[in-house]
Design a protein around this ligand. Structure first.
Ligand code: N01
Length: 500
């Protein structure tokens, strides 16, 4: 591998190391290559790229954000066949970007990063990789995604179940659901997509719901061949469509982020949707949320409520007491027997942002620094951990707009930082702690006025209600803050020693 060009030339294997070949890692690599950063390596733990869209291939997996907005503006895709694309099409888009930009030669598959330490003297990160030699890199981008490890619920007897079991993020495609008695735990964004498919597949489905979510209609339609031809021949039409969807989602954020009268508007639309789709008053009551819309992810689906009312589906709202050898017992004492249990229970987020142990300047351990709640400067850099950048770091979650819109803003900031290190021949670039503290004080203050502070429970919040996940504002504001980073005022730059 080539050399970063600072004090100890042999010590640096690669200038930039990206951890993860999902959307964030691929997007970062494309923008780095476009800026002339050819010396980069992407570590991927799996044998295929795609991250969340590779792992979440349960039946019905699709994006609940319109495809025009769920793609990079620097890699538009005129070929989307639906307003909301299915996971296979999104994966094909990722594969297409890898092919178009020749990224495969940069990706090291089956390379699992397991820890990293900053060598201050050299100004580089030593990244440990399972069963392989470490790689030394001038800069590292953590793009491993906050929702990458399947989460199982803390229910007594979880391992006692003798039947088949699977998680939405680790689907068993060999299993034939037809005629099987299937219990589904979890009714979040993944649950509402897969439940209708299990009902359609002829399973006898029992849905265990702990908290009903706010459900909005999904305005999906096929994109005609003529429209795709238009998008291909006039790229401007793609930009226009993207802007329209962007504006639409910014208006949703008005109600779903801020605890405001607009929140009532979203709730009213969702209640009308419930009334239109569910005739039975008892069932409507069971499906009516008791928290402010936006606190959990809004659910966009047209076939979830109909599926719950199908003859081969039952909704159970009694809390689960325990999982037994043959099924699930609820608190009223009834044990229901199943052939298969499906967990649509989300992801392990406790280690969010620190998927691996990270040791920075002076031996500072990131997990310790974040033990009271994760924080960063503008979500992408942490003081004491120079030359290290995060995609989807603390308080960067979009909630109600496209993750890719936020990601693109992060990527631009990261590429700028890495270019500064290269162009100025720096050993390290480290954010000033006061700048980071001031930023986080503002973020936490603004969070007070959001729906996430309205007393609900959500994976966005820690058990004691701290929000290190979501950005308290509009995508427009987030993009603006990422474009106006003052690298001179807010960062400490240390030049590499020039060998005499
Ligand atoms: O997971 P979740 P998800 N007993 O954590 C329930 C992204 N995503 O995989 O609400 C009973 O939202 C839990 O109940 P409750 C998106 O960012 C995007 O669905 O905690 N139930 C809930 O119903 C999303 O936010 C797309 O009371 C238990 C469910 O399990 C994120 O992924 C599509 C329980 C978990 O819901 C996660 O969504 C899909 C227990 N002990 C997902 N523990 C797009 O289209 C948990 N639950 C872009």
């Amino acid at each position: 591998m080539s050399v970063g060009g600072a004090t100890d030339e042999r010590a640096v294997d690669t200038t930039t190391l990206i951890i993860g070949a999902g959307f964030a890692g691929i997007g970062t690599a494309i923008r780095l290559l476009q800026q002339g950063h050819d010396d980069l390596v992407i570590l991927e733990r799996d044998v295929r790229p795609g991250g969340t869209w590779r792992d979440n291939d349960y039946p019905g997996a699709a994006c609940d954000i319109p495809s025009r907005l769920y793609s990079y503006s620097f890699a538009p895709n005129p070929e989307w066949t639906q307003t909301y694309s299915e996971s296979s099409e999104i994966l094909a888009y990722i594969d297409g970007m890898i092919a178009d930009h020749g990224l495969d030669r940069h990706i090291r598959y089956s390379h699992l990063a397991i820890g990293m330490e900053f060598d201050e003297a050299v100004g580089s990160w030593i990244v440990d990789i399972a069963d392989r030699e470490p790689i030394v890199a001038r800069t590292v981008v953590v793009a491993s995604g906050p929702l990458s490890t399947p989460g199982y619920p803390d229910i007594t007897g979880l391992d006692d179940f003798a039947g088949h079991r699977m998680h939405s993020a680790a689907w068993d495609h060999e299993y034939d659901f037809e005629g099987k008695k299937v219990g589904v735990i979890g009714t979040g964004a993944s649950g509402v997509q897969l439940i209708p498919e299990l009902v359609r597949a002829g399973a006898d489905v029992t849905v265990f719901q702990r908290t009903p979510g706010w459900v909005l209609p999904r305005l999906d339609r096929r994109v005609s061949g003529m429209s795709r031809q238009l998008y291909r021949s006039m790229p401007l039409t793609q930009t226009v469509a993207r802007r329209l969807w962007f504006a639409g989602h910014e208006s949703v954020a008005l109600g779903a982020v801020w605890n405001s009268p607009f929140t009532r508007v979203i709730e009213a639309v969702a209640k009308l949707n419930l009334r239109a789709q569910v005739g039975d008053p008892w069932m409507r009551r069971q499906l009516t949320p008791d928290f402010r819309a936006g606190c959990k992810r809004l659910l966009m689906t047209n076939d979830y409520y109909p599926a719950l009312q199908a003859d081969n589906c039952a909704l159970v709202t009694w809390p689960i007491a325990r999982i037994c050898e043959h099924g699930v017992r609820t608190v009223e004492g009834i044990e229901r027997r199943f052939d298969c249990l499906v967990f649509a229970t989300g992801f392990e987020v406790s280690k969010q942002g620190t998927p691996i142990p990270i040791r920075g300047r002076g031996g500072r351990v990131l997990a310790d620094e974040w033990s009271g709640g994760a924080y960063a400067y503008k979500s992408f850099a942490v003081s004491g951990f120079p030359n290290l950048y995060f995609t989807f770091g603390p308080n960067s979650g979009p909630g109600h707009n496209s993750a890719l819109v936020y990601m693109e803003a992060q990527i631009e900031a990261i590429v700028t930082a890495i270019s500064i290190i290269r162009d100025r021949g720096l050993r390290l670039l480290d954010v000033h702690e006061p700048a980071q503290d001031a930023y986080n004080a503002t973020i936490q203050k603004r969070l007070e006025h959001t729906t996430w502070n309205s007393g609900c429970r959500s994976w966005y919040l820690t058990a004691d209600g701290f929000n290190a996940t979501m950005y308290p504002g509009f995508a427009t504001q987030y993009i603006a803050q990422m474009r106006t980073i003052d690298f001179t005022r807010d960062f400490r730059a240390v030049a590499a020693e020039v060998p005499s």
